[in-house]
Write a protein that binds this ligand. Structure first.
Ligand code: SF4
Length: 213
């Protein structure tokens, strides 16, 4: 579907994202680190963020490839598409991101000894519980048992640096996704078609059976 409205929306989305990218590159790591120190944070390795229904780790294609190189697992052993998406006229399901697979309610890489892919864990995990808002780069945070604990200067600066890296990667991923996305006409839910995930690499098509649990 390449109608004029779709292309105009795509262009205006891209203009906004390129502006957000420029803004993200100007974020002061030192200021961000100082905000983190005021809040206070130490990971107490409770594992709460790796377990439970709220655990949902969105990963970029480059991160999936990194985990695959380290573990020897295939793409679909590592990730699955989210359940939210839309169908096209041919009954194919479309969605826009990848999530790490879960085992029961926990991330599949969580063990009582900690994260099995600690060195290659996604940026989302490296920066949890903090994140920066896309539009303004404001520091926000999710629930965590480690708040209020003293954090050293170097650690807060390292965390702030990775937060900015994550924001820049998120924006670049969105730009690449939108540049490659051609849209589709909406249909009704069906289990007959394919599952199509659109990401910065283009379209990944897979059979639904692969994602049924
Ligand atoms: S990848 Fe590692 S750090 Fe991230 S949620 Fe899974 S077990 Fe936790």
């Amino acid at each position: 579907m390449n109608d004029i409205n779709f292309l105009a929306d795509k262009r205006s989305h891209l203009i906004d994202l390129f502006q957000e990218l420029e803004n993200a590159k100007k974020i002061s790591v030192k200021d961000l680190a100082s905000q983190i120190r005021k809040i206070g944070f130490q990971c107490i390795r409770c594992g709460d963020c790796c377990t439970g229904e709220d655990n949902s780790v969105i990963v970029f294609p480059s991160e999936i490839r990194l985990i695959s190189r380290s573990t020897g697992e295939s793409w679909f052993e590592i990730v699955e598409p989210p359940k939210l998406g839309e169908w096209d006229l041919a009954g194919n399901f479309h969605t826009l991101e990848w999530r790490l697979k879960k085992r029961h309610l926990s991330c599949k890489y969580y063990t009582l000894r900690g994260c099995m892919i600690y060195e290659e864990r996604p940026l989302l995990c490296k920066t949890y519980p903090f994140f920066l808002t896309l539009a303004k780069g404001l520091l926000c945070f999710s629930e965590c048992n480690g708040f209020g604990k003293e954090i050293r200067n170097e650690e807060s600066e390292e965390l702030a640096d990775i937060l900015v890296e994550r924001l820049i990667e998120e924006i670049k991923e969105s730009i690449a996704l939108i540049e490659k996305f051609d849209g589709f006409e909406r249909g009704i839910p069906s289990k007959e078609g394919l599952c199509i995930v659109h990401d910065s690499e283009g379209e990944h098509r897979s059979n639904w059976d692969l994602h049924r649990h």
